[in-house]
Design a protein around this ligand. Sequence first.
Ligand code: ADP
Ligand code: MG
Length: 345
Amino acid sequence: MAGREPMLLRISPAKLVLLALACGLANAATMPAATMVAPAGAWHQREAAIMGTRIAVELWSKTEASGEAAIDAVMSEMHRVDELMSHYKPESQLSRINAHAGEGPVRVDRELFDLIARSLEFSRLTDGAFDITYASVGYLYDYRHHVRPDEAQIEAHLSAVDWRSLELDPANSSVRFTKPGMRIDLGGFAKGYAVDRSIELLRARGIQHASVSAGGDTRILGDRFGRPWIVGIRHPDDAHRVILRIPLENVALSTSGDYERYFDEDGVRYHHIIDPRTGHSASKVRSATIIGPTATQTDGLSKTAFVLGPEKALEILKRIPDVDGVFVGPDGKVYYTPGLAPPGK
Ligand code: ADP
Ligand code: MG
């Protein structure tokens, strides 16, 4: 870890504010950036538990009524996306795919079809680190009840983890599994997608300054009147210790960590990001933060370093425009893309 004080990084490619950062800034209030006078209105905020996580919305709105209505709209959208992608609900479209796509093509709504198609783009981009068919083995884990598959069970299901065996038919908006035992799960970018949808909704309502988070996935709209939003990245082992503070505007940021959903057994950590090649928890980093234009993208890409390791993930990120990443390795070493350079470097 680079020192005890949190680092504040300067982010160029993601079109972030350039700050004069001679000293380590503790928070936005100490920032030398010029501050505009805010127009009439106020900040509104709310938190809720949806999609199995903490949803947080903060926005600037001219009136109390329009601010509260905008937050209501975001919360409804979170519920809608949850329904669409839930694998808990047997009647959901996703559950229908898992139950029947092995028998033949299953027709689904365009929105779900497009998301599945999008997931294949992420699989291609990440050399298969992101793979929604991870669920063929992933469903054998139950982190809450400390259940995990043994080697024989993994062996029996691993060949079904293969994004290339998902057959999509755009003309019919249908999905088919070409291998027995396949399952899909969209949890790898569902929250990011819900956050993006929420930001679009807010924009359509004329909101110009907002932050929407679903667990580790956040998207920022606008700034805080002449100042950036400051987002902190926590230490993997200490929820109260911030290792980095990043100034952000008009950008998305996702952090995945092995401390989110996990259990430890005999010194091994079993957590919720699965290496599609082995069926085991992917442990090449402790946490990964991706910054980029949309939360769907940053959420999807945040799995790469866990599966492929920090060096390979940095190589992949360098090829993608406007995307940056920061990883914390198993030994606490911090890795970052060239676009994220500590001040003075
Ligand atoms: P959160 O679900 O809190 O946003 P992450 O962004 O770290 O947490 O995503 C973890 C989720 O991603 C898992 O719960 C699972 O649904 C999904 N997942 C796990 N491994 C993979 C993988 N290799 N490819 C795609 N999705 C994955
Ligand atoms: Mg996520």
